[in-house]
Design a protein around this ligand. Structure first.
Ligand code: HCA
Ligand code: CU
Length: 437
């Protein structure tokens, strides 16, 4: 697999556990196909043993001929494992609650009982020639000695990877770093580490990133982070995190598909895309303040870590705003084929600020002010309906050429995604600043 970080996309498992989500078989098919197109190497689905419907859905998904490998999330119960194998999945993600709390109030097995059940089930998966993973549920509230004992035993049993789950979202990046490194030192070099993190205290993306920096090769995500409570590491947010470190770290993923996927799954789950969603939030690529728009018109790197074109988005400059500036108003005039000289630019800017005092102006109101002060541009630009004018004062740019920012990883980037956070963010898609189409 080509990807630097292998995403185990769990919208069809963890996301199904989002209160209120009820994906139909048709929804599941669309989600799986869209994830496959985006390039995720693994798709995790709910246990085929959960119900007749779950089994049918699993066989349907297994029959789609996806590039992605299908993994069923299954309890350490032999009958459940057999049912998953029967459904035709490529692998089985076994799991068990390890923390004293889950041992006492959940399944009520001790560590030896957990190891025995998990080892038996891992053996069944391996005997069937499928990929076997063991997931340590609530790993971050488990005594290290217990965690290491279970990991060592399952490593010995031959699982392909071990997963550490921050089940209630209490971990910090520093603790994730410590625990991943600790487990890494205590298992065989060929056994991969996976991370699954909840967002209860807002660290899910940062924790996933810390896990990768510490040597985890796989990360669980779901679209928009949908999952139990407020969910897990979001797919788009995690990809943006990798990209912001270095576009090469997001290689193999079609970042331009994130927004479409977020919108589709939000509609299926019956929730809006949050205003502050990374990549897909309504204003994720908008600039309002005059100082920001002026600088962005000169060089977008000034106020953008993510290149909108790479994420299939358009940069928007909110010109009709009370904090607008001369450069933004001038840019808008140019888009309308008008010239504003020094004095009329000052007056027009003051007029826009005054008119926007009670709230942002719509396009028509903004443009009528700009037109009132502008003279025709010597070389009028052609504007078609919906382009430039359709977006509120938007300065638009050409999309980046296909595949930009997804070249091979630079040497030495394999283990430490963000070696120097102070270096300039390497996005290359935008060259000339200030052009308005
Ligand atoms: C669950 C809990 C889980 C499991 C994670 C995993 C968690 O819903 O079964 O198996 O990797 O957060 O611990 O999602
Ligand atoms: Cu979870």
């Amino acid at each position: 697999m080509d990807q630097h970080v292998l995403i185990v996309e769990s919208t069809l498992r963890e996301g199904e556990q989002f209160a209120g989500a009820r994906f139909t078989p048709a929804d599941k098919q669309k989600i799986a196909l869209a994830l496959d197109r985006l390039g995720v190497p693994y798709i995790e689905i709910s246990s085929p043993a959960a119900s007749a419907r779950a089994f049918e859905d699993a066989t349907m998904l297994a029959g789609l001929g996806l590039r992605a490998r299908l993994l069923a999330h299954v309890r350490c119960v032999p009958a459940d494992v057999r049912r998953a194998l029967e459904a035709g999945v490529h692998g089985v993600n076994l799991y068990f609650g390890l923390s004293p709390l889950l041992r006492a109030h959940g399944h009520r097995r001790d560590v030896d009982g957990i190891i025995a059940a998990a080892t038996e089930c891992a053996g069944l998966v391996r005997a069937a020639g499928r990929e076997a993973r063991f997931g340590c549920e609530d790993a971050f509230r488990t005594p290290e000695a217990d965690l290491l004992r279970v990991c060592a035993a399952l490593d010995e049993a031959g699982v392909d990877r071990l997963s550490l789950a921050d089940t209630v979202g209490v971990a910090t990046p520093r603790r994730v770093d410590e625990l991943v490194r600790l487990v890494r030192r205590n298992i065989r070099p060929g056994t991969d580490i996976e991370f699954h993190g909840h967002d209860d205290s807002g660290c899910a993306v940062a924790n996933a990133h810390a896990a990768v920096e510490a040597g985890a090769r796989l990360v669980n995500t779901s679209v928009l982070g949908l999952g139990e409570r407020n969910g897990i590491t979001g797919l788009g947010a995690f990809l943006a995190r990798l990209y912001a470190c270095d576009p090469a770290l997001a290689r193999g993923y079609d970042l331009a598909r994130v927004r479409e996927l977020d919108n589709m799954v939000a509609a299926m789950a019956g929730v809006p895309v949050p205003f502050n969603a990374v990549v897909s939030g309504a204003n994720a690529f908008s600039h309002a303040a005059g100082a920001h728009t002026a600088a962005v018109l000169r060089d977008p790197h000034t106020y953008e870590a993510l290149d909108p074109a790479v994420f299939g988005a358009t940069r928007t400059l909110h010109v009709g705003h009370h904090l607008t500036g001369r450069h933004a108003v001038a840019g808008r005039a140019t888009a309308l084929g008008l010239d504003l000289d020094g004095a009329s630019l000052e007056t027009a800017t003051a007029a826009v600020k005054a008119a926007a005092g009670d709230g942002p102006l719509d396009d028509a109101a903004l443009d009528s002010i700009v037109r009132a002060y502008g003279a025709p541009h010597p070389q009028p630009l052609s504007l078609t309906a919906g382009e430039g004018l359709g977006v509120r004062g938007a300065a638009r740019r050409e999309p980046a050429p296909e595949g930009r920012g997804q070249g091979p990883a630079p040497e030495g980037a394999e283990q430490l995604p963000c070696p120097d956070p102070s270096r300039s963010v390497p996005f290359h898609a935008l060259s000339s600043a200030g052009s308005v189409s």
